[in-house]
Unconditional design. Structure first.
Length: 437
């Protein structure tokens, strides 16, 4: 209905809303504004909590509780976010820096690399790449060894220990002489000792089950001795073994090199039967250690990092060491790592740059995949160690696969554990060594 005012102009009549209706409209608008404000505050608080650790730890990594100079560790990577506790205890109660899932972020402000350009499945990889997701610090060859010296052909390491049988068997680990260096540097080592049953004792079915039940108590580990090729331990252990049953057991020793972020590397082993020994007054022995035979085709260190907001999976291949290339017929002196993301028989393939083969190879290459959060439990990531093989006729490039490592929720062992650690720590790179098979 249109009415005219006193001046002859047409206009709509007033709505005639009551005071209650006006108050209702105002209250509804105010309620909507409060809801929007609460939503914005909750969203901001959630993002602040997720990024709190990043903000707290943007500092000099050498100001952390663990001093690299004190422990003798050197790294070309600037470590960022850390775990809640930097130490963990082993089965014997020894304090040891956490090495299962260290969190770090390689960073260099002037070298941002774009690893999304590694999509094409060929070896024509650009020399410089840029990315805003991760950035790599160039390797300093003077401070970081690029190779890991293999065991010397003349392995002369010796272990001195004492066995003394009273009511119990007392074992004392004294020292080790002439350990092989790694890159002409001393190593951080510790010793694991245990008692195992002889083959003759295993044939005695009546007593075997009783002896087997207590073997888990006949294992010991020394503390870590830093930066020494002749470490002195002087640690004593007790074994619940009586004098009349010593003949059943074999004394086993394994010497490990300790590395903060890698799984422990076995240097030498000793197997010492106790049959026929008289230990009432105690005897001290010098025994030669034998170099450990490493299983597998090498080891690879890489990180897994998932960004829920961007829905990206980032894999940073850091190091490869102890590669066994004897079975590969290729004459190439280079290698690369090919990563395949497999989901329901669909594959997305990317690769790293070419790197010169050495006992220890530093790659620091990053590869990213788009991965929706709902597919985290349906995918597997397979890392192939590849050596290119050039064909002269067609000019095409082929490669030999040296070995592989598989990670994912559907895998077993370390591959599954690494994946679960990544899903439980979003936005944090989780590093782990894997054995190449």
């Amino acid at each position: 209905m249109v009415v005219e005012n006193d001046y002859g102009k047409r206009h709509l009549p007033p709505l005639g809303l009551s005071i209650e209706a006006k108050y209702s409209i105002i209250a509804a608008c105010a309620t909507f504004a409060v809801v929007v404000f609460i939503f914005v505050v909750c969203k901001w608080a959630r993002n602040w909590r997720c990024g709190d650790c990043c903000d707290k730890n943007e500092q000099d990594p050498f100001d952390s509780d663990i001093d690299e100079k004190e422990h003798g560790w050197s790294s070309h990577i600037v470590w960022g976010q850390g775990e809640t506790s930097d130490y963990e205890s082993d089965v014997n109660g020894h304090s040891k820096p956490r090495a299962v899932s260290p969190s770090f972020m390689p960073y260099h402000p002037q070298a941002r690399l774009d690893y999304n350009q590694l999509i094409e499945d060929d070896l024509d990889i650009p020399k410089s790449l840029d990315s805003g997701i991760l950035s790599i610090r160039p390797v300093n060859e003077q401070s970081v060894p690029l190779t890991s010296a293999p065991m010397s052909p003349e392995f002369r390491a010796k272990l001195r220990f004492t066995l003394h049988a009273l009511d119990l068997l007392f074992i004392t680990i004294h020292e080790i002489k002439d350990l092989p260096p790694r890159m002409d540097e001393a190593v951080n080592t510790y010793v694991k000792a245990s008692l195992s049953l002889t083959d003759e004792a295993k044939r005695n079915n009546e007593q075997y089950s009783k002896d087997l039940s207590r073997l888990h108590r006949l294992r010991w580990q020394t503390s870590i001795q830093k930066k020494s090729l002749n470490p002195v331990y002087e640690e004593r252990f007790e074994a619940e073994v009586h004098e009349d049953e010593i003949w059943k057991f074999v004394f086993n020793v394994e010497v490990f090199e300790y590395d903060k972020f890698s799984r422990d590397y076995s240097i030498g082993v000793l197997r010492f039967p106790l049959r026929g020994l008289r230990l009432e007054d105690g005897r001290t022995f010098w025994q030669d250690l034998k170099p450990t035979k490493q299983d597998g085709l090498g080891q690879i260190l890489f990180t897994l990092n998932y960004l829920p907001t961007a829905e990206k999976l980032t894999i940073v291949v850091i190091k490869v060491k102890d590669m066994v290339t004897g079975k590969v017929t290729s004459l190439s002196k280079s290698m690369f790592v090919k990563v395949c993301l497999v989901q329901h028989y669909k594959q997305v393939k990317k690769k790293t740059r070419l790197h010169k083969i050495a006992p220890e190879i530093v790659l620091n290459d990053s590869i990213s995949f788009d991965l929706p959060h709902e597919h985290l439990d349906d995918v597997r990531a397979i890392l192939f160690l590849c050596i290119p093989q050039y064909t002269s006729r067609s000019g095409s490039i082929r490669y030999d696969v040296l070995g592989q490592v598989m990670v994912g929720s559907g895998c077993r062992g370390p591959g599954q554990e690494h994946w679960i650690q990544m899903t439980r720590s979003p936005r944090r790179p989780v590093a782990r060594w894997h054995l190449v098979t």
